[in-house]
Design a protein around this ligand. Structure first.
Ligand code: HEC
Length: 75
C-alpha cells in the first residue's frame, strides 16, 4: 500500500502543524521555516518531543521517511 508523504502528513500531522506546516497547535513548530535537515526530522518524528507524539510504532520507518521528506517541501 504505497502511501504518499502528503497522505501520511494530512492524516497524522496536519491537526497540529496545519496543512501548510504553519498552524502551531500546542506549540508545534512551523515546519515551513524549520532549519532541520532530513535526518533530524526523521528523529523528531520517530521519537517526538514535548507535546509531539512519537510516531515509532504508529508509522513504519518507510512512512516516517516519506513524511519527513514531505515536510521539507512545505514552504
Ligand atoms: C499533537 C500535536 C503534534 C502532532 C500530531 C505532530 N506534531 Fe510535530 N511538533 C509538535 C510540537 C509541539 C513540536 C515542537 C516540539 C519541540 O521542539 O519542543 C513539533 C515539532 C516538530 C518538528 C521539529 C521542527 C523544528 O524545527 O523543531 C518536526 C520536523 C515535526 N514536528 C514533524 C511532525 C510530523 C511529520 C508529524 C506527523 C507524522 C507531526 N510532527 C505530528 C506537535 C505535533
Amino acid at each position: 500500500m504505497p502511501k504518499t508523504g502528503q497522505e501520511i502528513y494530512r492524516r497524522n500531522c496536519a491537526l497540529c502543524h496545519g496543512a501548510d506546516g504553519k498552524l502551531g497547535v500546542s506549540g508545534a513548530k512551523d515546519l515551513s521555516t524549520s532549519p532541520m535537515g532530513l535526518d533530524e526530522r526523521i528523529n523528531r518524528i520517530a521519537y517526538g518531543k514535548d507535546l509531539m507524539t512519537p510516531f515509532t510504532g504508529l508509522l513504519t520507518d518507510e512512512e516516517i521517511r516519506l513524511v519527513a521528506e514531505y515536510t521539507l517541501t512545505l514552504k
